[in-house]
Ligand binder design. Structure first.
Ligand code: AMP
Length: 124
């Protein structure tokens, strides 16, 4: 899948539309999700043009991968999440219901999040 530079996160990166920024590094940006699904719901994106995790893991330079992984951890710490716990999630492709074709990792926290997927046992 080719990268579509008209996607909403590319527009945020270009400064064409605003975001509620929480963190920025050399290669990554984090901002609040516009439709939060938990008390804390932040998106972390690479500044580079990558469609999703599949594209990024195969094609990004190591410096960008390191920066992105460290940024996700830094955002969670900045938001005070590690003590009580949090969830990271990245949808890739249509089966996962990816709606914005620029890699993003969701960080959810601030409450008991329950089982990972609908139907999954709470005790697993
Ligand atoms: P996904 O379904 O994994 O592709 O998630 C896309 C996420 O982007 C959703 O949670 C949306 O609420 C969020 N989103 C869409 N537009 C914006 C925006 N302009 N600013 C912040 N979050 C957005």
């Amino acid at each position: 899948m080719a990268y579509d530079s008209s996607n909403i996160f590319a527009r945020i990166l270009r400064g064409e539309i605003p975001c509620k920024k929480v963190f920025e590094s050399a290669h990554s940006l984090a901002f609040h999700d516009i439709t939060p699904a938990a008390p804390v719901h932040v998106l972390v994106i690479p500044k580079g043009a990558y469609v999703n995790w599949n594209d990024f893991s195969a094609n990004a330079p190591e410096a960008e991968i390191v920066d992105f992984v460290r940024s996700i951890g830094a955002v969670a710490r900045q938001l005070g999440l590690p003590a009580s716990g949090y969830r990271t999630l990245s949808n890739a492709g249509s089966d996962a219901h990816q709606t914005v074709p620029h890699l993003h990792v969701h960080i959810f926290g601030g409450k008991k999040l329950g089982a990972m997927l609908p139907g999954a046992s709470e005790t697993q």
